[in-house]
Ligand binder design. Structure first.
Ligand SMILES: [Zn+2]
Length: 132
């Protein structure tokens, strides 16, 4: 599990959220976007580790939800075709299907954007305590 911090592109509040599903965690580690929602305004964000490594050109990093889903699906398909590793190929094709399925169920007129995340380090709870 990864805990990420990002800023909602619409209402600009900071959001701290875990990425729990294995596929989503793996996607995030492999620079694919992960779908997150703002707790305040429900705006969907496509969260990436690094926008320059996600395979989506800068001019395509925001738009209608449907278009963004199709762009991510295209990236997944391309990444699948570029690898010789069958497990990875299977993973990227699975993610392609996930994004195509999302394109059918969400409110497609909604705007969304790629958002860069930064990892949040979990605070170490075993700090030395002072004993009086
Ligand atoms: Zn928001």
């Amino acid at each position: 599990m990864v805990i990420v911090l990002f800023k909602c592109p619409k209402c600009h509040i900071d959001i701290i959220s875990p990425i729990q599903a294995i596929d989503e965690t793996y996607a995030f580690a492999n620079y694919l976007p992960v779908l997150m929602h703002c707790a305040a305004c429900e705006t969907p964000s496509l969260l990436v580790r690094c926008p320059n490594s996600c395979g989506i050109p800068p001019e395509w990093r925001c738009g209608k939800f449907l278009d963004m889903c199709l762009r991510v699906a295209t990236v997944c398909r391309r990444r699948a075709s570029e690898t010789r590793n069958w497990d990875l190929q299977d993973f990227f094709l699975r993610m392609e299907r996930t994004w195509l399925a999302r394109a059918r169920v969400y409110d497609l007129s909604q705007e969304t954007a790629l958002v860069a995340a930064r990892n949040v380090r979990l605070r170490n709870t075993s700090e030395p305590r002072q004993i009086a």
